[in-house]
Design a protein around this ligand. Structure first.
Ligand code: 1DF
Ligand code: MN
Length: 350
């Protein structure tokens, strides 16, 4: 099969949800899945499968995650990607215990910054943090941004089944808002108490379970009033906003109706409609969704300045998708915003 490389374009292509993993984390995951030290069926299922090396997909992913040099750059060249914004692959440190998570987050961010320093025009990155210790996470955001030059924060959804809607985590939001850097809310397999009906039929992962769980996480953050408390905070959702743009009408109607009904203590009045937060406090990437109608719908509903390109390397490496997105029937200006300038503005890339 001959693979076509996208031609040079009138914009730089910046891919914004691109994954990596230090070898040491692969080793930690290998130990954790072998001994099932964490009672998390989604993590154990997904990572024991990829680490088994039993599929070409699994081997490609492990190679792609751990290589920060020739292969990664060659794949970027072959797909016409000028820059990757890297994040520690899911679930990153969030599956570890508190002490290891805090320490490994720092190590991983150092390792990432070192790789970026060898390819400063091709790579940028987000800081990994351990929500297990919110105060340490806030300090690591500060260090990652001000000392390591990282451009935002990666949160791989829930942490042992806990959600950032809980105010005990809000130091993380405070730090990100104060430093004016975005938080990418990336999927993780659903937690133990949610995953069973998905896992038994193979729907737990990127096919659907990721989106369900992470979309719910974003909604929990919205309905908990996080953006009333931190109105300038910007978060990023991948996978076309985990389908939330398509839900906006119903979310607004039913949120208002539920608040009026006073049925739940946990669903209180907000200053704005749920859709307003999606339009004002979120940016959305098309990772895994190289699909023109979905990109156009989201640009129209959320705003052309808030929809960004992402490939999801190495999980969805396909140069043909870049060619298809290059060919979208949208204005040249909108295309440049999509591939380049929304990302340069949000992440303050130079
Ligand atoms: C998969 C997909 C895994 C995505 C990921 O991280 C990931 C997958 C572990 O296909 O198993 O980030 N994704 O974002 O679509
Ligand atoms: Mn991803």
């Amino acid at each position: 099969m001959t693979q076509q490389t996208p031609s040079k374009a009138a914009y730089r292509r910046i891919a914004t949800e691109e994954a990596f993993a230090p070898r040491e984390m692969i080793d930690i995951y290998r130990r954790m899945t072998a001994d099932k030290v964490i009672d998390d069926p989604g993590f154990n299922s997904m990572w024991s499968f990829y680490l088994s090396g039993s599929s070409a997909r699994g081997r490609f992913i492990i190679d792609g995650l751990t290589d920060m040099e020739h292969q990664r750059i060659a794949h970027m060249d072959a797909a016409g990607i000028d820059m990757q914004v890297l994040s520690l692959t899911s679930p990153g440190v969030q599956i570890m215990d508190r002490a290891e998570a805090v320490s490994f987050a720092g190590q991983s961010n150092d390792w990432l910054a070192d790789a970026i320093s060898r390819h400063p025009t091709r790579l940028a990155g987000l800081a990994a943090v351990a929500p297990q210790d919110p105060q340490a996470a806030a300090r690591e955001i500060q260090r990652g941004v001000t000392e390591l030059g990282l451009k935002g924060v990666i949160i791989n959804s829930h942490t042992h089944g806990e959600y950032l809607s809980d105010p005990k985590f809000w130091d993380i939001f405070e730090a990100a808002q104060a430093l004016d850097v975005p938080i990418y809310l990336h999927p993780m397999t659903p937690p133990k108490n949610m995953i069973e009906p998905l896992l038994e039929c193979g729907l737990d992962g990127a096919i659907f379970g990721f989106g369900m769980e992470t979309g719910m996480h974003a909604l929990r953050i919205i309905t908990a009033g996080v953006f009333d408390r931190f109105p300038k905070l910007q978060m990023i959702l991948g996978h076309m906003g985990e389908a939330l743009p398509f839900w906006m009408f119903r979310l607004d109607y039913m949120h208002a109706a539920t608040v009026r009904s006073e049925r739940y203590d946990s669903m209180r009045p907000l200053q704005r409609k749920p859709s307003d937060y999606l339009k004002q406090n979120f940016h959305i990437t098309n990772s895994g969704m190289a699909w023109e109608p979905a990109v156009k719908f989201t640009q129209e509903q959320i705003g052309v300045d808030r929809v960004m390109y992402a490939m999801d390397y190495p999980y969805q490496y396909d140069p043909a998708e870049v060619i298809a997105l290059d060919a979208m029937d949208i204005s040249d200006e909108a295309k440049k915003k999509f591939f380049e300038t929304n990302a340069t503005r949000l992440f303050k890339l130079d």
